[in-house]
Design a binder for this molecule. Structure first.
Ligand SMILES: *Cc1c(COP(=O)(O)O)cnc(C)c1O
Ligand SMILES: [Zn+2]
Length: 375
């Protein structure tokens, strides 16, 4: 059976009672062994639950699914070459966050939870709210006042109680953590069950590339839940002997909020408050609202994954994001500005790509979620 594991002080905890952090204050990981049976996988429906032996929900009765996942891996031509891009804006709630929400809320159901609290810049809140609605779990979502109107409407449409918080994204997280002293915290950044959902990104890419890993992944980083999930997924595939190498992981941040870029460049083990000089200013708003995270909970883990995989962080400016948003529209993909930031970074990376290097990236969120800053 699984256990919680603290990567900071190395303590173990049983999964009962439920908890969202270690007594030492650190985030927790999950001790779990994944299995992959390709013949069985191929017989199952095209959803992310086809990798069931690699997802830590054991009884089918607890699985809350809207047939999400197994999104297309489409070839797109860019100036620097061809890239395979996951269409993760085609999830039930319009963002990749459903990967984590379907697994985390299934676990909440198994735990017998009646009510949860979560904080988000919009999409994680929408995803948790949707799956809680399916589970009959009450849900309170804390969001920054500045969240796009579309995301606010969506969260409420699922019947969640919306709590708007003035000030920064960090202030919103503090408010949710206060509420979480009395209500279970369904946090996408703290709870490792979310990462055991986002890791299915790796499994799908592996299957869609004929059971091989790509050379390089280009992914967004805010709290890093997709980045860390993809890294975990490929690590599990490697441990199971399914692939030889974990892809090189390239993370993309917005130049207006790039704590991981700063820490990576300076060789730090942990992120620090963003320097208020030069390009790295935190006060300046970015239209990539989904990755504007000044204090990523799992910063140290992200930096370890980056360095372990031989990857790096690239930052993109507002103009590059806007131009890429338009360019992707002309290619038939209406995505939100946060997703355009990833592709703007991808284009930068392609300038130094090797000839035969197989690069995979993703479109994380649908354009209708955030139209206020467009055109
Ligand atoms: C949440 C989100 C991201 C970034 O994910 P993190 O887990 O914060 O790194 C990127 N794009 C979209 C559309 C998102 O909703
Ligand atoms: Zn600890």
């Amino acid at each position: 059976m699984e256990r919680f594991f603290c990567p900071t002080c190395k303590r173990f905890y049983s999964l009962h009672p439920m908890r969202w952090r270690c007594d030492c204050g650190s985030y927790l990981d999950l001790e779990f062994k994944s299995k992959f049976f390709t013949k069985i996988i191929l017989k199952r429906n095209p959803t992310l639950w086809r990798y069931r032996e690699a997802i830590p929900i054991h009884q089918a009765t607890f699985i809350l699914s809207m047939n999400e996942g197994f999104t297309p891996l489409e070839k797109i031509e860019f100036k620097g070459g061809q890239v395979r891009v996951k269409m993760d804006y085609l999830f039930p709630t319009g963002s990749y966050k459903d990967r984590g929400a379907t697994v985390l809320v299934s676990k909440m159901k198994e735990w017998g939870v009646k009510k949860v609290v979560e904080d988000s810049s919009g999409n994680a809140g929408s995803a948790i709210a949707a799956y809680c609605a399916r589970a009959g779990i009450e849900c309170e979502i804390y969001v920054p006042q500045s969240t796009s109107r579309e995301k606010l409407v969506q969260i409420q449409a699922y019947g969640a109680v919306l709590k708007k918080v003035e000030g920064s994204r960090e202030r919103t997280a503090e408010k949710a953590m206060e509420a979480a002293s009395g209500i279970p915290y369904a946090s996408h950044c703290w709870n490792p069950f979310f990462l055991h959902g986002t890791k299915t990104f790796a499994f799908e890419v592996w299957e869609q590339m004929d059971w091989k890993a790509p050379d390089t992944l280009v992914l967004p980083i805010g709290h890093g839940t997709l980045f860390l999930g993809a890294h975990l997924g490929f690590k599990e595939l490697k441990e199971a002997g399914m692939i030889k190498r974990i892809p090189k992981m390239i993370g993309i941040q917005s130049a207006s909020c790039a704590p991981l870029y700063q820490a990576f460049k300076k060789g730090w083990k942990e992120t620090r408050p963003i320097e208020k000089s030069g390009r790295l200013e935190t006060e300046k708003e970015t239209i990539a609202e989904g990755i504007a995270i000044a204090k990523p909970v799992r910063g140290r883990q992200i930096l370890e994954a980056l360095r372990e995989s031989g990857g790096e962080i690239l930052v993109v400016g507002e103009e590059e994001i806007e131009d890429t948003l338009k360019e992707m529209g002309r290619k038939g993909h209406f995505i939100e500005p946060t997703s355009a930031a990833t592709i703007a970074g991808l284009k930068k990376y392609l300038r130094k790509k090797r000839q035969k290097e197989m690069v995979v990236s993703t479109l994380t969120g649908m354009g209708l979620k955030s139209t206020g800053n467009m055109l």
